[in-house]
Design a protein around this ligand. Structure first.
Ligand code: HEM
Length: 547
């Protein structure tokens, strides 16, 4: 049970993210079919039928995905509640999250059946199912758990999520339509109609987001002084990037008669929009794991505290010995449990840090970040050298990632294998170790694949997409990871370097994706953006501090 509780924090945000992502896709498909496809009265020929089948298939798959995510999250929440609060199943069934989950499961399974033509229902009825899915999601949002302004906040949350579905959730259907249709006239009609829908959705999403932010973030100091404010700021940055990509696409669509190459460009930009759009949804899921800023009046970070911690200082290139480090909480808890002492009553499952780090612990961690920073900075500078076209030898830069992965495996968790007493397998129970090792594995896959692509050992265009995709996923995961309430201020100060790192990672991933996918004449700008993002990541790590 303690292993389950350990992963709880990490899993619950990931599950919320999967729920929001599948909800966005399923509801987005309903809106796309009803508002974009149906009014166009597309000709009933083979390729249109193939297109509509692929749209319906995506609605069915995402609706079933939503039902599965809901069943898992309601199951885990019920098990944890029954185990930790000693409640019976009967008592849990009446809880808000359980009822909301049940409504969402029934609506999404019905939607999947309609989309698979297993039950014959006029498509406008699917709108009712889509509304039920959004309503179920709002039932578990911050808005419904408030006493004041509940109705307007719930309405703003519903509009925000519905607009997200119409825009970000509709994009994959547009891409499917463009991919399956050869007739440019139909592609143009679908694109024009979707671009109008997207414009309305962006306006609604932005306005509702602003309303929610103005209520949940009660002052400018709460924007930088709380994890909630920081996460909303990260969303706003990604939202602005999406608006820029959207504006480029809008310009393409508004051309009198877009040529094939322009459709190519539109498709590539829309792919990046989908990637970044779903990253914002993952960030939104992390929002649910922290209390709204307005509810966190104490323990806010001041501008001075942030300035103190973030002001650049000479990096720490010498490390303390592993024997100088303090015993990690996990070890202390295990020993307490082995001695039969009860677990501490109030701590967030999965969020373990309950003892302050010693100066040696801090020095060890800063040393790790600074050397990792130096390696990533070198990677970015070498990639820029290569980009100039005058340094062919610099194309081997991806091999530096193997060194970085080895460094993380060796130094990220000194109490565990290979430096510490805890065995390799048993140490996977600690969610932080799990995250660090997942990143190290990611870096090895990263480096090897990209090196093979750069040295033409692998020529498939698909293989070349592995590096940008892993980059973008790594950045998104860094945005999504859960927060322990062990020490709110310390956690937030760590976020101050994690969030820009994550955004730079997402930027590097999708700009490299665009460089690979866009028509050759359009690759200039993205080909300089991603190496610059690596330089930025290197500098952020180099000036990372914990004291
Ligand atoms: C592409 C852009 C965006 C997407 C896809 C998006 C998506 C979402 C989603 C799915 C949620 C619900 C999270 C949940 O209930 O678990 C959410 C919540 C929220 N969003 Fe956005 N959002 C975007 C942009 C923005 C912007 C620009 C703002 C601010 C101006 C904003 C402010 C908020 C706030 C404050 C909440 C939290 C509400 C709460 O605490 O329950 N969002 N967003």
């Amino acid at each position: 049970m303690s292993e389950l509780l350990n992963l709880f924090g990490f899993l619950s945000v990931l599950l919320r993210a999967v729920t929001l992502a599948t909800q966005t896709l399923a509801v987005g498909g309903v809106v796309f079919m009803l508002v974009v496809a149906r009014p166009l009265r597309l000709p009933a020929d083979q390729s249109v039928e193939a297109m509509q089948r692929s749209w319906k298939r995506l609605v069915a798959v995402s609706a079933l995905g939503l039902a599965a995510a809901q069943v898992i999250s309601v199951g885990i929440n019920s098990a944890v509640l029954m185990a930790t609060a000693d409640l019976s199943l009967g008592e849990v069934v009446g809880a808000n999250f359980f009822l909301a989950g049940a409504v969402s499961v029934m609506a999404s399974v019905s939607l999947a059946l309609v989309a698979r033509d297993s039950i014959h229902l006029e498509w406008h009825w699917t709108l009712a199912l889509a509304v039920a899915i959004i309503a179920a999601s709002v039932m578990t949002s911050h808005a419904v758990s408030r006493t004041e302004a509940r109705a307007p906040l719930a309405a703003a949350t519903a509009l925000h999520q519905a607009a997200t579905a119409a825009w970000v959730g509709g994009l994959p259907y547009l891409l499917l339509g463009l991919r399956r249709r050869s007739d440019e006239g139909v592609s143009e009609a679908i694109t024009r109609r979707f671009s109008r829908l997207a414009m309305v959705a962006v306006a609604v999403l932005g306005t509702a987001g602003l309303v929610l932010s103005l209520f949940y973030i009660d002052s400018p100091a709460a924007v930088y002084g709380t994890a909630y404010g920081l996460m909303v700021s990260a969303k706003i940055v990604l939202f602005c990037v999406l608006l820029l990509l959207g504006a480029l696409n809008f310009k393409t669509v508004r051309r009198s008669r877009p040529a094939t190459m322009l459709f190519e460009r539109l498709r590539c930009l829309a792919e990046a929009e989908v990637g970044i759009g779903f990253t914002v949804i993952l960030a939104a899921a992390a929002l649910t794991s922290v209390p709204p800023a307005v509810d966190l009046q104490a323990e806010r970070l001041s501008g001075i505290e942030i300035g103190d911690r973030m002001s650049p200082r000479w990096p720490r290139l010498n490390s303390p010995g592993a024997d100088e480090l303090s015993e990690p909480t996990q070890q202390t808890l295990k020993k307490a449990q082995a001695a039969g002492a009860p677990l501490p009553q109030s701590f967030l499952p999965g969020g373990i840090a309950t003892h302050p780090n010693t100066p040696a612990d801090i020095a060890w961690s800063e040393y790790n970040h600074h050397w990792a920073g130096l390696m990533v900075l070198a990677i970015g500078l070498l990639a820029l050298c290569w980009r100039t076209g005058r340094a062919r030898w610099a194309r081997h830069w991806p091999l530096m990632f193997l060194a970085l992965a080895g460094f993380i495996l060796l130094r990220a968790d000194p109490e565990n294998w290979p430096l510490g007493p805890n065995g390799f397998w048993e140490s996977f129970a600690d969610s932080e170790v799990l995250q660090h090792r997942a990143y190290a594995a990611l870096l090895v896959a990263f480096g090897l694949f990209e090196w093979m692509v750069r040295t033409d050992r692998v020529r498939s265009t698909r293989a070349a997409l592995v590096f940008p995709l892993i980059c973008a996923v790594g950045g998104a995961l860094l945005l999504t990871h859960s927060h322990s309430l062990g020490n709110v201020k310390e956690e937030l100060l760590a976020e101050f370097s994690h969030v820009p790192l994550a955004l730079a990672g997402v930027g590097a991933g999708w700009s490299r994706w665009l460089e690979l996918r866009l028509p050759p004449a359009e690759r200039q700008v993205p080909s300089w953006i991603w190496p610059s993002c690596f330089v930025l990541i290197g500098l952020l790590l180099l000036f990372y501090r914990e004291s």
